[in-house]
Design a protein around this ligand. Structure first.
Ligand code: IPE
Ligand code: IPE
Ligand code: MG
Ligand code: MG
Length: 337
């Protein structure tokens, strides 16, 4: 049984949970329509369409973690869906915060409907996530476990906003070192992936020690994932990623390749400007290439993936889902989208 088999099994259940969370009728059809547009179910005129809707990485990790500790994945479904909803909330607001026009090959929600609706739609997605999570009890999850899941989930949402704060604050700070970078990425990205694997283990009935091991697995995987995202944000193919390869540099993001090469005086000068031109972006990339910043970042992603695998092996289960988690971890290193 491979990773693809699990994905094929989970995705129909997951999509049904997501649709259920964002369903509506009457005067609010245009409101939920914006959320459904973001999810890739509707086009900009709110007609049904099968647009790219994201990799569903986090919910799949959650459900696999549940099965890897010999739990029933159905019990973790509301949590998996809630995590994907909160992820999508974070993307709707992230595109506003990052002034990004493109998401998943399409115009970002806020660019189509404006900033006020972008903010409110994000809030709606956020609340829908908590509502979905509250269904754990009616699926037979014991009260204590459901309450613990709620607590971990809320804490994670707060942590993600801390990470987004640091990410934005760093735009105008000249000297960000590796430690600063990691403190930001741990919060903005690794925290939600750690939450996915922890809640999978928790809802699968694992004890706290095993939950912690799964959380450490997810956190390291999340760090590797964001480092790869940083690489793709500079050297990726927009046709694959569906995101801009200049926006990180134009907004002076302290991504890992930049942090690594920040000792370069010319790079410092370029990044000290308030506005960078497309020409400046090209120059920044050639400086990064000169310092082999891409290679450095790739090595770093590999190291965090290896650490993730070590954390995973520290837990005793060795079933097919456990194996699929290993497979997933390795496959993310060479992703192009
Ligand atoms: C994008 O996450 C934001 C990051 C944390 C890097 P994903 O790459 O998982 O986004 P989708 O859901 O697949 O589009
Ligand atoms: C990732 O943000 C973290 C969150 C969205 C919370 P980024 O800004 O690095 O991700 P992309 O590249 O826009 O997807
Ligand atoms: Mg962004
Ligand atoms: Mg961002």
């Amino acid at each position: 049984v491979t990773l693809a088999t699990y994905q094929d099994r989970y995705l129909p259940f997951l999509e049904a949970e997501l649709k259920d969370a964002l369903e509506c009728e009457g005067v609010l059809v245009p409101y939920y329509g914006m959320l459904q547009y973001h999810m890739g179910w509707l086009d900009a005129d709110l007609n049904p369409v099968g647009a790219p809707s994201g990799k569903r990485l986090r919910p799949v990790l959650c459900l696999l973690s549940c099965e890897a500790v010999d739990g029933a994945f159905e019990q973790a479904l509301p949590a998996a869906a809630a995590i994907e909803l909160v992820h999508n909330f974070s993307l709707i607001h992230d595109d506003i915060e990052d002034q990004s026009d493109m998401r998943r090959h399409r115009t970002a929600l806020w660019r189509l409907w404006g900033l006020p609706h972008g903010i409110n739609s994000g809030d709606g997605m956020f609340a829908a996530a908590f509502l979905k999570l509250s269904q754990l009890r009616e699926r037979g999850v014991p009260l204590r476990r459901a309450l613990e899941a709620q607590r971990v989930f809320a804490q994670t949402c707060l942590t993600v906003t801390e990470g987004q704060y640091l990410d934005m604050a760093f735009e105008t700070q000249a000297a960000i070192d590796l430690e600063g970078y990691l403190s930001m990425v741990r919060r903005k990205t690794a925290a939600l992936i750690a939450c996915s694997t922890r809640l999978g283990a928790l809802l699968g009935g694992a004890d706290l020690e095993i939950q912690d091991a799964y959380a450490r697995f997810g956190e390291n995987l999340g760090l590797a994932f964001q480092v790869v995202d940083d690489i793709l944000g500079i050297w990726g193919d927009e046709e694959h990623t569906g995101k801009s390869t200049s926006s990180d540099i134009l907004t002076r993001k302290k991504t890992l390749p930049i942090v690594y090469a920040l000792g370069d005086e010319e790079l410092q000068q370029l990044y000290a400007q308030e506005h960078l031109s497309e020409q400046d972006v090209d120059r920044v990339v050639s400086l990064l290439d000169r310092h082999q910043a891409r290679l450095f970042a790739q090595n770093m992603a590999r190291q965090y993936s290896e650490e993730a695998l070590r954390c995973l092996s520290s837990s005793p289960e060795r079933n097919a889902a456990h194996h699929a988690l290993r497979e997933h971890t390795l496959s993310l290193l060479s992703r192009t989208m």
